[in-house]
Design a protein around this ligand. Structure first.
Ligand SMILES: C[S@@+](CC[C@H](N)C(=O)[O-])C[C@H]1O[C@@H](n2cnc3c(N)ncnc32)[C@H](O)[C@@H]1O
Length: 308
C-alpha cells in the first residue's frame, strides 16, 4: 500500500466554492484520508465547527489520529445520507456548507483485502461499510443471469453485459466466484485480453455501486445536505463517473429551476421558486498539471451551488 492515503482532488476549487463564512458550520460527508478536510480547516477560523463523516471504520480511525490537534472537529462513522441524525445528535439545525467527494479513496483501492481492485487477487468484498450485510460475493453468486446483466449494463454502462453475466453463471455452477482474480479471468475470457482492463473497470464499478447502494445514498445525501443548508450556504460535490455526475446535475437543476409550467404559458402558475443558485455553469475539471500528478483527477467533475 502507498504511504499517501489519498491525494485530494481539485482542493483549491473546493475551498473557494465551499467556504463563504469562515466561522461557519461545515460538513465533509466523505472525509476519507482527510486531504480536503485538513486544507479546509486551515482556511476556517477556530470558532468554525467541522463535522466529518465516513462510513468506513478504517477512514475514521485514521482521521481520529490525524485530526487530534483540532478541537473544533467532530467525527462520525456514518453514511452521509443519514446526515440529519448526526446533526440532531449535536443539536445543530443548520449548516453553512456541505462537501461530498464521492466514491472510494486511493487507500481503499490500494488495500487488496477490500476487494475493490482487479489489479490484485483478493476476496470480492467491496463494502465501504464492513458492517453491511451484502458483499460482491453475494451478488455474483445469488443474482440471476438477467439481474447480473442488467446490473453490469446499468451501473457499469457495459455493452457486453449479457455475455459476461452468462459466463459468471456458467463458472459458478461448478464453483462459487469468490475472488477478484476469478472475476477478472471471467471478464478476460468473455471479451478478450485486449478489452479486459476497461471492461473490468466497468464491471467492478457496477458491483461497487450496487454493494454500497451508492446512487441511492447519493440522492438521499444531496437532499439531506440541501435541507440542512442555511440561505447562502454552499454545497460542493466531486463526482468521478457519469452516473454520479448526472444525478448531481439533475438534483441541482431541480432546485435551481423547479417550475414545471408548460413553456407556452406566458408566466409561471405553479408558483415554485428557485431554491438554489448554480455556481458552476459547467462542471469544473482538473488541469492537465493536476492530472499529471494525480491520475484520479482525470475523471473528476466539480459542481457547486448556493442555497437561496
Ligand atoms: C474519494 S474518498 C474521499 C477522500 C477525501 N476527500 C480526502 O481528501 O482524503 C471517499 C470516501 O468517502 C467514503 N464514502 C463514500 N460514500 C459514502 C457515504 N455514502 N457515506 C459516508 N462515507 C462515504 C468512502 O468510504 C471514502 O473514504
Amino acid at each position: 500500500m502507498s504511504d499517501n492515503y489519498h491525494i485530494p482532488v481539485l482542493a483549491e476549487a473546493v475551498r473557494r466554492y465551499l467556504i463563504a463564512d469562515k466561522k461557519g458550520i461545515y460538513v465533509d460527508g466523505t472525509v476519507g484520508g482527510w486531504g480536503h478536510a485538513k486544507l479546509l480547516l486551515k482556511d476556517l477560523d477556530r470558532e468554525a465547527v467541522f463535522i466529518g463523516l465516513d462510513q468506513d471504520g478504517d477512514a475514521l480511525e485514521f482521521a481520529t489520529k490525524t485530526l487530534a490537534d483540532f478541537p473544533n472537529v467532530y467525527l462520525y462513522r456514518a453514511n452521509f445520507a443519514d446526515l440529519h441524525s448526526v446533526l440532531d445528535e449535536r443539536d445543530i439545525t443548520s449548516i453553512h456548507g456541505a462537501f461530498l467527494d464521492l466514491g472510494v479513496s486511493s487507500r481503499q483501492i490500494d488495500n487488496a483485502a477490500r476487494g475493490f481492485s482487479f489489479m490484485q487477487d483478493a476476496p470480492l468484498d467491496m463494502r465501504m461499510n464492513r458492517d453491511s450485510e451484502i458483499s460482491a460475493v453475494d451478488i455474483l453468486n445469488e443474482w440471476s443471469q438477467e439481474q447480473l446483466a442488467d446490473l453490469f449494463y446499468r451501473f457499469g454502462e457495459e455493452r457486453r453485459s449479457r455475455r459476461i453475466a452468462a459466463r459468471v453463471v456458467r463458472v459458478r455452477s461448478s464453483q462459487p466466484v469468490l475472488r477478484t482474480g476469478q472475476l477478472r479471468e471471467i471478464i478476460e475470457r468473455s471479451v478478450g485480453k485486449q478489452a479486459a482492463l476497461k471492461t473490468c473497470a466497468r464491471v467492478f464499478q457496477a458491483l461497487r455501486i450496487e454493494v454500497n447502494q451508492e446512487l441511492r445514498r447519493l440522492e438521499e445525501g444531496l437532499h439531506a445536505a440541501f435541507d440542512a443548508l442555511l440561505p447562502g450556504g454552499r454545497i460542493v460535490v466531486l463526482s468521478y463517473h457519469s452516473l454520479e455526475d448526472r444525478r448531481t446535475k439533475e438534483f441541482f437543476r431541480s432546485k435551481a429551476d423547479p417550475c414545471h409550467c408548460p413553456p407556452e404559458l406566458p408566466q409561471c402558475i405553479c408558483g415554485k421558486k428557485p431554491q438554489l443558485k448554480i455556481l458552476t455553469r459547467r462542471a469544473v475539471k482538473a488541469s492537465e498539471q493536476e492530472i499529471a500528478i494525480n491520475s484520479r483527477a482525470r475523471s473528476v467533475r466539480l459542481r457547486a451551488g448556493e442555497k437561496l
